[in-house]
Write a protein that binds this ligand. Structure first.
Ligand SMILES: C[S@@+](CC[C@H](N)C(=O)[O-])C[C@H]1O[C@@H](n2cnc3c(N)ncnc32)[C@H](O)[C@@H]1O
Length: 293
């Protein structure tokens, strides 16, 4: 099987930051994806041992078939888990020199219609990164109360006026449940209007559904503390986020956690023009770094 690849974001900035380390022995990659960042760390530090986590089985299948053969002489451990709920100590993950969490979905997940993340492609209303989990976007759309849907799109999608779309969903689903991404996107286009320019009106609704299905926001604050606790003194945690809401949480949480160490970059690190030309998906990426004291 051949796997689609993913362009690692902020790679140049990440590599520049690695000059801080004399050596890396233990590296935890919380969001392995296609191993773009992980491969660079293993190449830069010949003694580094990799602990890699991904909640998507496909990332682990890729690791087995394509990544592991390239690093046969290295110590590599893979975990099919949600890093935000994982018990690190139980897995022997402690005293890490370097931890990276590159949040959100990978390009292959987004680009495959059957995963249901994209409103541009017709696929099932799924959006689960971990397909062992039960909650799908279809269940939210077809079963949640009107009020709960409004709250979801306001809070997670930061949509100010989702009322008409939600009313239309609640009305239409009585006739026939929503099953596909295009059905939902077409309804949003019809109700909110779509002139085929600017950002697509379904963007915020799809983002809210994805964040809810994968619990990407509510587990994040607690998880940041667990990650910092898994560092050795002087070890560094790198977090790359893609939404303003996530970045706000990381920024504030790092401030609250200063009894554990210090914020390395007061100014958030973002992609330069060269990277944006090459990878428009890096447009909203933000990197924040925390050092354990
Ligand atoms: C943005 S991609 C990471 C790409 C990776 N840095 C690379 O260079 O290939 C995010 C990956 O992390 C996984 N992921 C996202 N949130 C996760 C979580 N909470 N726990 C485990 N894996 C997660 C996704 O399934 C996806 O494969």
């Amino acid at each position: 099987m051949s796997f689609e690849l993913h362009k690692p974001v902020l790679l140049k900035n990440f590599l520049e930051q690695l000059s801080y380390f004399d050596n890396v022995q233990n590296y935890l990659d919380c969001t392995f994806g296609r191993g773009g960042h992980a491969a660079e760390v293993l190449q830069a530090f010949p003694e580094a041992k990799l602990f890699a986590v991904d909640q998507d089985q496909e990332a682990l299948d890729y690791a087995k078939s394509d990544f592991v053969p390239k690093f046969q002489d290295r110590e590599l451990q893979f975990f099919h888990e949600n890093f935000m709920t994982m018990d690190f100590a139980e897995k022997g993950i402690k005293d890490m020199d370097l931890i990276l969490a590159d949040l959100g979905v990978s390009s292959p997940q987004y680009d495959q219609a059957e995963r249901g993340f994209s409103f541009n492609k017709d696929g099932p209303l799924d959006m689960r990164m971990d397909r062992r989990k039960e909650l799908t976007a279809a269940e939210i759309i077809n079963e949640w109360d009107e009020e709960d849907l409004i709250d979801l799109f306001k809070n997670m999608g930061e949509h100010r006026r989702p009322f008409r779309v939600v009313r239309a969903i609640v009305n239409d689903r009585k006739e026939k449940p929503y099953t596909s991404t295009r059905e939902l996107a077409s309804l949003i286009e019809r109700v909110d209007g779509w002139k085929k320019k600017g950002s697509h009106p379904a963007t915020k609704y799809f983002m809210a559904l994805r964040l809810q299905v994968n619990q990407e926001i509510n587990l994040l604050p607690e998880s940041l503390e667990n990650l910092i606790r898994a560092l050795r003194p002087g070890g560094r945690l790198f977090v790359i986020s893609f939404h303003s809401m996530e970045d706000r949480i990381i920024k504030h949480r790092f401030k609250d956690l200063q009894s554990f160490g210090k914020i390395v970059n007061k100014k958030v690190i973002q992609a330069d023009e060269e990277e944006l030309q090459d990878n428009p998906r890096a447009r909203t990426a933000k990197l924040r770094i925390f050092e354990r004291g």
